[in-house]
Design a binder for this molecule. Structure first.
Ligand SMILES: C[S@@+](CC[C@H](N)C(=O)[O-])C[C@H]1O[C@@H](n2cnc3c(N)ncnc32)[C@H](O)[C@@H]1O
Length: 629
């Protein structure tokens, strides 16, 4: 589909150019040379036969003057490779082979969970009322020497009748580029600079969502045993064998993981020591009342210097940093310290932005950090007994079984639906499940049976085996380097939309945030489903009422910061949520499409100044009817 759109866009631009030349009466003797330049993001591999620049054709505008008015000669058959006029496949967008969304300004219609306000309102909304088939049906023109546009034969029949939906209704979320207006890139637009505390917070979220950030089964004792040798003493004459690359890599990993956990222990211990120092001063104040506070402090410092074997200056310098750790711990909890990573040292050394506002911000994140830590790192609290805290987990289950909010304690997910469905349950899955009753053993998303799979975007080979996979499109969610834990949380909105999804970290434009997974079925009505179709196969629905992932909770905005897009991975069509540029702490939103809203008698509460459905008289409350009962 991407190729077809690229072709049709080029043809449209070319047509416009030809029209304007003819209209200006300048056609005489004017010819248009059509060239393509291949731009490589990376040094090209295995494309020796493809030149960097190709002249596609030369169009004699004069000869088009008469053809222009002749509608009867508008159709030619699709050309095959080798035939005259056949063109090289187009890349998916003008400057890259990577699967990026349409260019344009960033940060539209974003709901800030901290302020509870929507922001960023400068673009006209996508014209979803335009009949999709009209927009896609770029007819192939018989132009003398012009570009040939492949006929769009795989146009989904479910979309073709979009203008007149049949009963019973299904609120269908729509996918693909076609529903989103192409946007211009903001070359010199304002850039959002994160404050230092925001950088610290983003670092904590990243480490919390990194499955390897805390490894307690360290191999330190064995490594030390290696160094000690058999005699139990350091054996200087017998170096450890480092000749094997694999063994060295494993040892390096073990030491790196161990050191990371050691650093986490170091930071919590140092924060705890500051508390202990203050407690000691308080004890002295009670027991040695004859000493002035400054003398009590000096005595305590002297005692500490003796035990640490440091000078007072060294100790005071370190204490200044450790106090920062303690303040962060008091505001955001132990998990913030354990998952802060190395940035926390610099942050506290220079006291970068740890002002009252920053502390308020950190305080608001304490429970959210702990939910992520408890549900993603079952071992993390095992570090806490060293500072006198319990190792018991507090928040159990899936990270998205908890709904966070600004003003209240986190709530169990089911609790937030109790007013509509007292038996609400949700099964968190990572892969879609096919409804066997409807589809038998067939997966309606299948585009290719394999065994070889070629990416539709980059034309490189896709494979589940890392060494054989050449496709890096959306590598953040497909393939061996896929991110396991996506840094998002389900949160309670404050304006009647019930739950939504908040980005803990920023998501760059074009990044896949997640796959829209659910129950692959068909024939559902009067409920929310994602309607799609693989090639010209039978359409299918993805239903997330009782099972799915966080994408189930993404709300609609008329100026969304994400969009749906299909992508084929290993021959199966997937539905992705792609970022249009989402800053940390903003709500993720998509445009559900006009068709969806036409089926729903309800006000849109997206808060955008360009909202298409804000002025309806329909119900404003969340109905919770996005499930089958
Ligand atoms: C896929 S769910 C999204 C998650 C939902 N808010 C929840 O708590 O389950 C879609 C439903 O959310 C609500 N919703 C989403 N976006 C909305 C918006 N912009 N205005 C009003 N309601 C919205 C509607 O009730 C809609 O049927």
């Amino acid at each position: 589909m991407h190729r077809l759109h690229a072709h049709s866009n080029i043809a449209k631009e070319l047509d416009k150019l030809i029209d304007s030349i003819i209209a200006s009466s300048a056609a005489s003797g004017v010819r248009i040379k059509v060239e393509a330049t291949i731009i490589h993001d990376k040094p090209p591999r295995g494309r020796k036969n493809i030149p960097d620049q190709v002249t596609l054709d030369t169009i004699d505008v004069e000869s088009l003057r008469s053809a222009h008015t002749c509608t009867g000669c508008a159709h030619v058959e699709e050309l095959t490779p080798g035939e005259e006029g056949y063109q090289l496949p187009s890349p998916t967008n003008s400057d890259s082979h990577s699967p990026r969304v349409a260019d344009g300004p960033e940060q539209h219609g974003q709901y800030d969970v901290d302020t509870g306000r929507s922001s960023g309102l400068s673009e006209v909304p996508a014209d979803d009322n335009t009949n999709v088939s009209e927009r896609l049906s770029t007819r192939r023109r018989k132009t003398v020497g012009g570009l040939s546009i492949p006929r769009i034969s795989t146009f989904p029949s479910s979309l073709a009748g979009e203008a007149a939906p049949s009963e019973p209704t299904t609120r269908q979320l729509q996918t693909g580029h076609d529903h989103f207006r192409k946007r211009r890139r903001l070359e010199n637009g304002p850039k959002l600079e994160q404050s230092t505390v925001d950088k610290l917070i983003e670092g904590i979220w990243k480490e919390l969502h990194n499955p390897n950030s805390l490894v307690l089964d360290q191999k330190f004792p064995e490594i030390l045993q290696d160094l000690r040798g058999e005699s139990g003493k350091v054996d200087l004459g017998k170096p450890v064998d480092t000749s094997s690359f694999d063994a060295t890599t494993t040892k390096c990993r073990q030491i790196t993981e161990g050191a990371r956990t050691g650093r986490a222990l170091e930071v919590i211990m140092q924060a705890h020591w500051v508390d202990s120092f203050d407690a000691q001063l308080a004890t002295l104040a009670d027991s040695r009342i004859y000493l002035k506070p400054s003398e009590q402090k000096r005595a305590t410092l002297a005692k500490a210097c003796e035990l640490f074997k440091w000078t007072e200056k060294e100790l005071r310098n370190r204490m200044a940093i450790w106090k920062g750790y303690r303040d962060i711990k008091n505001a955001a909890g132990w998990s913030a310290l354990i998952f802060a990573g190395p940035g926390i040292y610099r942050f506290c050394k220079y006291r970068l932005g740890l002002d009252p506002d920053a502390l308020v911000k950190l305080r608001g994140l304490k429970q959210r950090f702990e939910i992520a830590a408890d549900t993603l790192h079952l071992d993390w609290r095992k570090l806490l007994p060293i500072v006198g805290e319990s190792a018991q987990l507090h928040w159990r289950g899936h990270p998205h079984s908890w709904v966070v909010s600004k003003r209240k304690d986190p709530l169990p997910l089911a609790f937030t639906y109790r007013q509509w469905d007292t038996n609400f349950s949700f099964h968190h899955i990572t892969e879609s499940e096919v409804d066997k009753q409807e589809w038998g053993d067939k997966d309606p998303r299948t585009l290719s049976q394999g065994p070889e799979f070629v990416c539709e975007l980059c034309s490189q080979r896709q494979s589940a085996v890392a060494a054989q996979n050449e496709c890096v499109c959306f590598a953040e969610i497909f393939g061996v380097n896929a991110q396991k834990n996506i840094p998002v949380q389900v949160f309670q909105t404050e304006n009647g939309r019930n739950n939504g999804v908040i980005a803990c970290c920023s998501f760059a434009r074009g990044i896949a945030i997640g796959e829209y997974v659910g129950f692959i079925t068909k024939g559902l009505a009067n409920t929310d489903v994602m309607q799609s179709q693989a090639g010209d196969h039978e359409p299918y629905q993805i239903w997330q009422g009782r099972c799915g992932n966080f994408t189930r909770f993404i709300n609609h905005s008329c100026e969304p910061n994400c969009q749906f897009q299909t992508f084929s991975w290993l021959g199966i069509q997937r539905m992705l949520v792609i970022s249009k540029g989402v800053p940390a702490s903003k709500e993720l939103t998509v445009d559900y499409s006009s068709r969806y809203w036409e089926q729903l008698d309800k006000k849109c509460l997206c808060g955008s100044a360009r909202c298409r459905y804000a002025h309806r008289s329909g119900e404003t409350q969340h109905t919770g009817n996005n499930s089958i009962n």
